[in-house]
Write a protein that binds this ligand. Structure first.
Ligand SMILES: [Ca+2]
Ligand SMILES: [Ca+2]
Ligand SMILES: [Ca+2]
Ligand SMILES: [Ca+2]
Length: 307
């Protein structure tokens, strides 16, 4: 069995003509963190597969009413489940859970609609709470939200066009109000706006951003290369109008205390791993997975060999 990985590389992206931004909603609704917990893969029948010929099953398929329900896979053959995939009643992939670094703890859950990846949720600091939400538009990242300071709700909003970063909004002090914007053009940061009094209007705009000479290519949502036809300039919206509010989410509760952690750089979210097996793994919509440092094993139940 071969395990295939891709790398979702770091990004910086582009933006269009930046203007003074008025009317930004002074208070936003911030998505709240949710636990990242394993879901059971059950059915009325199961099939165990030893894809490595080592006398121990490393793939388990569960079915219900004769239809495939879900699968559990041990991709690195260490006896622990690294991936679980659930299917809807019509057999389409609906949901996946991934342990990307094989440490026995989940790092990501992926949501599909009609076999198409629509959202990824990640735990990037290994505390078993989702802190990063990635929203896909076809092959491209459309929006990414982060709980950068791990305060239990989103404090950073990244907007993309054709996989390229266009704008980032920050609630740096965790008070539920955005006070900083960054605009990007052709992969480079071109403008930073500050709203010190959080009245919704930028009262200081910095445009003399040093050009580091580096710009990063657009990033896809599924880890595959961004289609060559992607032309971010054509897709770039003009951020000279009031910014849209965050998508409908549960209302944030007033923060208890300002966030203390330093701001983290914008980074690309991790992708799931893919099993490439002739005998066991169902076809996957090829996500990619950066390796993250392995930590102490503490994992789920081993897949037992069929009697
Ligand atoms: Ca494993
Ligand atoms: Ca893990
Ligand atoms: Ca987390
Ligand atoms: Ca704020």
């Amino acid at each position: 069995m071969a395990v295939t990985y891709g790398l979702a590389l770091g990004l910086t992206a582009c933006a269009s003509t930046p203007e003074v931004k008025k009317g930004e909603l002074p208070r936003i609704q911030a998505r709240e963190a949710t636990p990242l917990a394993r879901k059971a893969c059950n059915g009325d029948a199961e099939k165990l597969v030893d894809v490595a010929g080592k006398g121990r099953a490393n793939v388990r398929h569960a079915s219900a009413g004769g239809k495939a329900a879900c699968s559990e896979m041990d991709l690195n053959l260490d006896g622990r489940i690294d991936m679980m995939r659930m299917r809807s009643g019509d057999g389409q992939i609906a949901y996946e859970q991934h342990d990307l670094d094989f440490d026995g703890r989940l790092d990501q859950q992926v949501f599909y609609e009609g076999n198409a990846l629509v959202r990824k949720e990640l735990d990037t600091n290994f505390d078993r709470w989702v802190d990063t939400w990635v929203f896909c538009d076809g092959a491209y990242i459309a929006q990414l939200e982060r709980d950068r300071h791990h305060i239990g709700r989103v404090d950073t909003w990244e907007e993309y066009a054709m996989g390229q970063l266009m704008r980032v909004r920050y609630d740096d002090d965790g008070d539920g109000r955005i006070e900083r914007w960054e605009l990007y053009r052709e992969g480079k940061l071109v403008e930073i706006s500050f709203d010190a009094d959080t009245d919704g209007t930028a009262d200081r705009v910095q445009k003399d951003i040093p050009d580091t000479g580096s710009a990063v290519e657009p990033v896809s949502c599924n880890g595959r290369p961004v289609p060559a036809s992607a032309t971010p300039a054509a897709a770039a919206p003009a951020f000279n109008t009031p910014a849209p509010a965050a998508p409908p989410v549960p209302a944030a509760t007033p923060p208890a205390a300002p966030a203390a952690a330093p701001a983290a750089p914008v980074t690309t979210p991790a992708g799931p791993s893919v099993i490439d097996s002739k005998t066991a793994a169902p076809a996957a919509p090829a996500p990619a997975a950066p390796k993250v440092p392995a930590t102490t094993p503490a994992g789920p139940a081993t897949i037992e060999k069929k009697p």
